[in-house]
Design a protein around this ligand. Structure first.
Ligand SMILES: NC(=O)c1ccc[n+]([C@@H]2O[C@H](COP(=O)([O-])OP(=O)(O)OC[C@H]3O[C@@H](n4cnc5c(N)ncnc54)[C@H](O)[C@@H]3O)[C@@H](O)[C@H]2O)c1
Length: 284
């Protein structure tokens, strides 16, 4: 039967896992998907935040369940797969949303000068700690790899599935200071292409979105001055470099998310879709 274009976007009844669904961007996605009739499993290391989203969704008449889960723990992920499968059925959609930045994976200056090398208050490349850099890399990249490996098993049984990774414009041209984050997001984009090829014959599509700048909690340490509460120089530069002249709103990711999760994009796999108000297209 031939579906209408609107019917191609229909996601009702689908079972979705959203990692980092207690957070700002993915919590917004969780609420929107539940509003479209999707059953949403919210996985987050912060159970209070995940439960908050669950309550909001249920109060609006949607179906959601919050789970505490550390995405870097394979055994916990296996348990969550079993619990969700027993509750509803094996998920056919996975959004790998958990991620973020950490000052320990960042330098304090954009450009290193020789005078900075032994300055105690300046953190350059040589001062980055292995553990800090690794932790950012793990959350963003291994926290995408491991859940995908676990939940793809359920999708294989159903012979269909959709994975949506969250990369960043920082994967295209690395942002200054945030070296670990940029490298990890570049790995997420590369992995999206690789896995899309590998899983295409078994009916699992793998795509990613690459958001530009959305003023969420994780951005604030570089974008808001803690003393004055004003935008930092870096934040003003971001806005100046964004042709649309502002930060994005979390809701502005939803159209792309629904398109990539639904049959409206059923011949799309291996794509990394940029949603950035033009940030990555602007040169001088
Ligand atoms: N905010 C932006 O402008 C922006 C831009 C580009 C990409 N992104 C990406 O979008 C995603 C969501 O960002 P956000 O701004 O909503 O961040 P957020 O901090 O609000 O949400 C991230 C969530 O991930 C959870 N999390 C972290 N480590 C975890 C772990 N080990 N196990 C389980 N959960 C864990 C946190 O508890 C948090 O709820 C991230 O991948 C981020 O890198 C954000």
């Amino acid at each position: 039967m031939k579906l209408s274009v609107m019917e191609l976007f229909d996601l009702s009844g689908r079972i979705t896992v959203i990692t980092g669904g207690g957070g700002e961007l993915c919590g917004t996605m969780a609420e929107a998907l539940a509003g479209l009739g999707v059953k949403v499993a919210i996985l987050d290391i912060n159970l209070d935040q995940a439960r908050h989203r669950e309550r909001v969704i249920r109060a609006a008449g949607g179906t959601a369940r919050a789970f505490r889960c550390d995405l870097l723990n394979a055994a916990e992920l296996q348990e969550r797969l079993q619990e969700i499968t027993a509750l509803w059925e094996a998920p056919d959609i996975l959004i790998n949303g958990a991620g973020g930045n950490d000052p320990r994976g960042s330098t304090t200056k954009e450009f290193l000068e020789l005078a900075d090398v032994d300055a105690p208050d300046i953190k350059g490349f040589l001062d980055l700690e292995f553990e800090g850099f690794q932790s950012v890399f793990n959350v963003n990249f291994m926290g995408t790899f491991l859940p995908t490996q676990v939940f793809a098993r359920g999708m294989l049984r159903k012979k269909k599935g959709t994975v949506l990774n969250i990369s960043s414009v920082s994967a295209l041209t690395p942002l200054t200071k945030v070296g670990a984050y940029s490298a990890a997001k570049a790995a997420v984009s590369s992995f999206t292409h690789w896995l899309a090829v590998h899983l295409a014959p078994v009916g699992i599509r793998v795509n990613a979105i690459a958001p530009g700048f959305f003023m969420t909690e994780q951005l604030k340490f570089l974008h808001i001055d803690p003393q004055s509460g004003d935008l930092t120089l870096r934040a003003r530069e971001v806005v100046a470099h964004t042709p649309m002249g502002r930060y994005g709103e979390p809701e502005e990711l939803l159209g792309t998310v629904v398109w990539l999760l639904s049959d409206a994009s059923r011949f799309v796999t291996g794509s990394v879709v940029v949603v950035d108000g033009g940030f990555s297209s602007l040169s001088i």
